[in-house]
Design a binder for this molecule. Structure first.
Ligand SMILES: [Zn+2]
Length: 411
């Protein structure tokens, strides 16, 4: 018997998803109704483990506390491509659909990613398409993307589970979860409004960032009798802020470079010159090389400016997420499949100022992300709403499944 061609396999998978439309909507609503905060995604993780086990996937594993991985071996040996999803929600107790006990709400739409993670596995396996493909489809449910892990929880994870990072994907990278995977497909919620009306956009990339903590120390003295005997740490910080403003002006706009500052601690005895200020600086940019250049400028600016009046400056670098740049070849296949399903061209959304730990993964595995519409309001806000469930809960599974058929089809 002649095996079906790619078009027939795609038609069978799409037909399966559309026929089981209600089950996909139920799955999406269930994840939406169980928003959970970073490294506390226990319901979400268990639901994914149950889904993958019920479908008979291989190596169904819980990792990185609340992360989930699984593999779907196909008809014969071949290449390995995967689907990657984020599990966590945000703390936003004022959202109407927030969990009343924890204040968590799915206002970044990560629940559409988990829906697609399970949805692709269902479509490939249950439609019977998997047997005609070669290689492996890997599934990754990643905890804690939003960067909001409480210190006590993180300390416990380090102590009891040997954690290296408070980012779910960085921790999964450190554990070697993505070894052997040749490409990853990702999705994210896209807010539609009068300016953004498309059902889907390719996310070209986003910034990497680092955090810096500068401890500026001076010397106390009477502020009016003999200020010259003191070293005013607040003056040191003010000079540093001015120097950082000058550094900002030196950055090229098209490098998507940015410096954010916050002064979060000033120690000043009553009637004395302040002798301690903590300055926090976040540096962001499009590429690791530009970020390193900005980091150098920032350190020299703070140390030089505060040092000019005699302040001592100690600094600590806290690495953030790496920049994300979508893989071109993988994106082309993903965009073609999305366009074929929606009947609308998939424009490229330019590189953005936000950051995501998908960047760290993309430095090791070619990755592509198509963001899908059907949402209104704003991400990370009380106004976030799902307007089109068909788009939110079905489209990502459809476009990923068809892309995987292209990538893993064996003549
Ligand atoms: Zn988010």
């Amino acid at each position: 018997m002649k095996s079906p061609d790619k078009a027939q396999l795609k038609a069978a998978a799409l037909d399966y998803i559309q026929k089981h439309r209600q089950a996909y909507l139920d799955l999406g609503r269930d994840f939406y109704r169980h928003p959970e905060l970073a490294f506390r995604e226990t319901y979400t993780a268990q639901r994914l483990l149950d889904e993958f086990s019920a479908l008979g996937l291989a190596e169904v594993t819980r990792t990185a506390h609340t992360g989930v991985t699984a593999r779907l071996p196909l008809g014969r040996p071949g290449r390995n491509f995967g689907v990657i999803a984020e599990l966590d929600a945000l703390y936003l107790p004022n959202h109407p659909d927030a969990d009343t006990a924890t204040g968590a709400a799915h206002v970044c739409g990560h629940h559409i990613q988990t829906t697609a993670l399970a949805g692709v596995a269902r479509a490939l396996k249950e439609s019977g398409v998997a047997q005609f493909l070669a290689g492996t489809v890997s599934f990754f449910g990643c905890p804690a993307e939003e960067g909001s892990v409480p210190k006590e929880l993180y300390d416990t994870l380090c102590r009891e589970e040997g954690f290296h990072s408070a980012s779910g994907k960085q921790e999964m990278l450190a554990r070697g979860c993505f070894a052997g995977v040749e490409g990853l497909l990702s999705t994210h919620a896209l807010i539609n409004d009068s300016k953004v009306t498309q059902p889907a956009l390719l996310s070209a990339g986003c910034d990497g960032y680092n955090r810096w903590v500068f401890d500026i120390r001076g010397r106390t003295a009477h502020p009016t009798m003999d200020p010259s005997k003191g070293i005013n740490a607040l003056n040191g910080a003010v000079l540093a802020l001015h120097a950082l403003q000058c550094v900002r002006e030196s950055l090229a706009l098209d490098d998507y470079s940015i410096i954010l500052t916050a002064m979060d601690e000033i120690v000043q005895a009553p009637g004395a010159i302040p002798d301690y200020v903590r300055l926090r600086v976040t540096t962001k940019s499009k590429t690791p090389a530009i970020l390193e250049e900005i980091d150098g400028k920032v350190c020299r600016a703070v140390q030089g400016a505060a040092g000019s009046i005699g302040c001592q400056v100690d600094c600590e670098k806290i690495p953030g997420y790496q920049s994300f740049i979508a893989d071109e070849a993988l994106s082309r296949v993903y965009m073609d499949n999305c366009q074929a399903i929606t009947g609308t061209a998939v424009p490229v959304r330019p590189h953005g100022y936000y950051s995501n730990d998908l960047g760290d993964v993309s430095k090791q595995v070619p990755t592509s992300q198509i963001v899908v519409g059907g949402f209104s309001g704003a991400l990370h806000s009380e106004r976030f709403r799902i307007e089109d469930e068909e788009m939110a809960y079905l489209l990502p599974s459809k476009m990923m499944t068809c892309t995987l058929i292209d990538l893993l089809y064996a003549e």
